[in-house]
Design a protein around this ligand. Sequence first.
Ligand code: ATP
Ligand code: MG
Length: 202
Amino acid sequence: MDPETGQSQRYQSRMQRQKAIVDAAIVRANKSKGLLLVLTGNGKGKSSSAFGMAARALGHGMRVGVAQFIKGRSDTGEEAFFRQQKNIVWHVLGEGFTWDTQDLARDRETARRGWVVVQTMLCDTSIDLLILDELTYPLKFGWLEINEILADLQNRPAMQHVVITGRAAPDVLCQAADTVTEMRDVKHAFQTGIQAQTGIDY
Ligand code: ATP
Ligand code: MG
């Protein structure tokens, strides 16, 4: 047998074994439920991943709710785009970064009023996917009580998916989640003096 044929046969049998493993895993994964996903870490990609899922869900005719807790800027492409879609409700519940507002009592009150809006969506069986963008900050700063938030999440409709984004997700939240992804900051253009780029960063 020439070396190329041998290599091709070894590749084929390795792929057959791989396919058997993947097929068996797919057969085992036969349950369905509303998922709690946490996208955390210091690297870029948390909110944009969440909005990628929003696009997927809308593409399937599902209804999507978005609650944005820390509102860094009001000119994002995702907001402009998704507000044009019919199956999405978009709530801006935050006022800005803490270093902009510099008012603890006001930030706490804003977060609590925001959570009341989220509670209505967590009771709404017509919302299939709920994105709680930057929710980790009100949790981290103690503006919202984590046990109350976890209880409300647990009592949501059985098939409702929830995606939570933001750095430094609390451990208890990650433990409660079905899927947790930590974005790792390998490098980011901003660190070399490049400003936020339209369509990439906002
Ligand atoms: P994105 O919205 O791009 O998915 P993100 O949600 O992961 O980012 P945030 O912490 O919400 O990250 O910050 C949003 C903005 O900050 C974006 O413009 C993003 O490019 C930028 N950013 C994210 N991570 C970093 C980083 N490690 N260094 C510098 N800028 C960052
Ligand atoms: Mg974000």
